[in-house]
Design a binder for this molecule. Structure first.
Ligand code: PNS
Length: 158
């Protein structure tokens, strides 16, 4: 079974990598899809940079692929030939919005969403906070994958 893990990944964090690693154990194939969130600004990292960072962060998982998509998630699921969508849940504040999105995607395109409960060590991490800390010169150790940390820190400071 192929799972599509959609998100902004601006940039990929250890929270995202937790979901990717665990999904890679459960599904035959995982496609990490960089998509535009219409409720967010255009983004800090260009899409090709996000793809490279994701590819490097997930390099240890041979059944994980990374790609960029545009448009409605229900159409992206078809284009990617995915069977299901996966999303991570950090806590109660994620639940309402994620359930609405899952229900809308089921109504729009019969797409089923599977949720992965984020590991407790990463539930406080968000890409928004990572960008904020990095832009102010803070260390991103323990917040983004170590293999890409220096690149993310340098890009956020420039
Ligand atoms: O990481 P994010 O920003 O929480 O991811 C949100 C994302 C990109 C998955 C969501 O905004 C999305 O699915 N965008 C594609 C457009 C779409 O289908 N919108 C309707 C969702 S019900």
């Amino acid at each position: 079974m192929t799972a599509l893990y959609p998100g902004s990944f601006d940039p990929v964090t250890l929270g995202h990598l937790d979901v990717i690693a665990r999904a890679a154990h459960v599904f035959d194939r995982v496609i990490v899809g960089v998509l535009h969130n219409p409720n967010k600004a255009s983004g800090a990292f260009p899409v090709d940079t996000r793809l490279r960072l994701l590819g490097d962060a997930a390099a240890a998982y041979p059944n994980v692929a990374v790609a960029a998509y545009a448009g409605l998630l229900t159409e992206v699921v078809q284009e990617a030939r995915a069977d299901v969508v996966i999303r991570g849940l950090r806590g109660a504040s994620d639940v309402e919005d994620e359930l609405a999105m899952a229900r809308l995607n089921r109504q729009l395109g019969r797409v089923e969403t599977f949720f992965i409960a984020a590991s407790p060590e990463v539930t406080h991490i968000s890409a928004t906070r990572v960008r904020e800390i990095g832009r102010l010169g803070g260390s991103l150790r323990g917040l983004v994958p170590e293999t890409i940390r220096a690149r993310v820190e340098a890009a956020l400071l420039s």
